[in-house]
Design a protein around this ligand. Structure first.
Ligand code: 5AD
Ligand code: SF4
Length: 473
């Protein structure tokens, strides 16, 4: 048993990152068994889910859609806000009932929640029917833990450490059109509200040649798009011996010729001009940047430990708009950070009115145990925070709609990903600027980039029709 330790999770040393080969367990013990996986949270977690599926299928299992028919249940959890916790503990209630009827079912909890000292202790004390708890640092051990698991006993193996980098990790990718590619793990920013640096360890970059190789392989398999993943993609390379940074990586990935390259998430603090230049230079780097603002008040930004001012954010934002043709920029904003006044909030609204974001994810501050902000005095009533969120969302939605309306009657390239959820006779895809479009086109267009004439715009999606380019002859 290894329980997570908040103090160790905080530690950052100058020790070199170890690069290791991903181990794989060989066994037929689970041949023909069914697994049920539920993933919560960000793209990083979704991608971890693809690794978990590969491990389970390597043991001979196949997926099922219902909890009740599963032999192995895995919850891949998120810790970013309290409601993510609530969802998992709610789900555990259902699982507890199931275990009474079928005690042989193996229940596994992984992801960011497992990495929290308080959660692991709660699982240990109050949820003994959970068989396996694993963390973000040892997903590769899930196979061997399952082989050792005996129904009824609990095995918690969670490591609080800076972390390594594993190469040649197998993934069961959810799509054969778009793929995620990790470029940097962890986070060293320690924004005062955020749990991520504690759950995912220190910033550690994959080697540039490994990333390029992975993208080349994906391209060869016919993938149309890769999304480079990291908590702070623009911190890429600072920990490597080689003198490379994110702009170099972008360039090398662009040169592979894969049709579309995206990246999430960026931090305004180390987004350099060189990076902007490369995005502008290569047609296959998509003109879309997710640039979290968090707050428009310098006082709150400082308390958040964001390392930039409102002016610095605006300068960067304007540079991006100026240098990258047609760029779309979205953001994250937290309202109700401890001590946020109406004036602070109005400053956030001002920045939103100035930037006119293409879209935004907005949140009410959620205290995370162990982070500095959780100890800050917070006397704003929840109703006030909720009201601020509502006012913010109204403004945000208005600008999203306005940004979308600009597309009407234009012809834009759209990568078609599948059959539209709303209308089985339509397909859906994304513009280069990451706008969701429901398209009147045949299913044969799935997996292709086609020209679409936009016919209508809503706040969160566009409608369009396939157009064939007119011949110039
Ligand atoms: N409370 C509310 N929102 C948070 N985020 C991160 N931590 C918290 C928290 N404790 C938001 C930030 C981040 C996004 C992924 O989640 O806006 O950019
Ligand atoms: Fe959290 Fe800040 Fe790191 Fe983003 S940059 S993951 S908000 S600590």
């Amino acid at each position: 048993m290894n329980l997570p330790d908040l103090k160790k999770a905080k530690e950052r040393t100058k020790n070199k990152v170890e690069y290791k080969e991903n181990p794989m367990v060989e066994s037929n013990s689970f041949l023909g068994k069914k697994y049920f996986l539920r993933t919560y949270g960000c793209q990083m977690n979704e991608h971890d889910g693809e690794q978990i599926e590969a491990i389970l299928e390597h043991l001979g299992m196949s997926p099922c859609d219902e909890l009740e028919t599963a032999d192995v249940i895995v919850l891949n959890t998120c810790a970013i806000r309290e409601n993510a916790h609530d969802k998992v503990f709610g789900y555990l209630g259902r699982i507890k009932h199931l275990k009474k009827e079928r005690p042989e079912v193996l229940v596994c909890i992984g992801g960011c929640m497992s990495q929290e000292e308080s959660v692991a202790n709660e699982l240990l004390k109050r949820h003994p029917y959970v068989n396996i708890v694993f963390g973000t640092h040892n997903i590769h051990e899930l196979g061997s833990m399952l082989l050792e698991a005996k129904t009824g006993s609990q095995d918690i193996e969670v490591y609080s450490k800076e972390g390594e980098v594993y190469e040649h990790v197998p993934y069961k990718r959810a799509s054969n059109i778009t793929a995620w590619v990790n470029i940097i793990y962890g986070c060293d920013k320690f924004c005062t509200y955020c749990i991520v640096p504690y759950t995912r360890g220190k910033e550690r970059s994959r080697k540039l040649e490994e990333i390029v190789k992975e993208v080349e392989e994906l391209k060869e398999k016919g993938y149309q798009e890769v999304t480079l993943l990291g908590q702070n993609v623009n911190a890429y390379g600072h920990d490597l011996e080689e003198n490379v940074e994110f702009s170099d990586l972008l360039e090398e990935v662009a040169k592979t010729g894969i049709p579309r390259i995206r990246f999430v998430t960026s931090h305004p603090w180390n987004f350099t001009e060189k990076m902007i230049e490369k995005i502008a230079k290569y047609d296959n780097i998509m003109p879309y940047i997710h640039l979290p603002l968090q707050s428009g008040s310098d006082r709150i930004l400082k308390l958040m430990g964001r390392k930039y001012t409102k002016e610095e954010y605006l300068t960067l934002f304007k540079k991006m708009k100026e240098k990258i043709p047609n760029v779309a920029i979205t953001t994250d904003i937290i309202v109700g950070f401890p001590g946020e006044t109406e004036e602070d909030f109005l400053e956030t609204l001002e920045v939103v009115n100035e930037c006119k974001f293409d879209g935004a994810y907005t949140f009410i501050f959620s205290p995370r145990e162990g982070t500095p902000a959780a100890k800050m005095k917070d006397d704003t009533p929840l109703e006030v925070k909720e009201e601020r969120l509502q006012r913010l969302n109204e403004v945000i939605n208005e600008y999203s709609k306005k940004a979308n309306l600009k597309y009407v009657d234009k012809v834009v390239p759209v990568l078609i990903l599948g059959v539209s959820e709303k209308d089985q006779n339509k397909v859906y895809g994304y513009t280069d600027t990451m706008k969701l479009v429901n398209v009147d086109a045949s299913k044969e267009t799935i997996g292709k980039i086609i020209d679409v004439k936009i016919t209508d715009a809503k706040s969160f999606s566009l409608d369009g029709q396939e157009t064939k380019k007119e011949s110039v002859h």
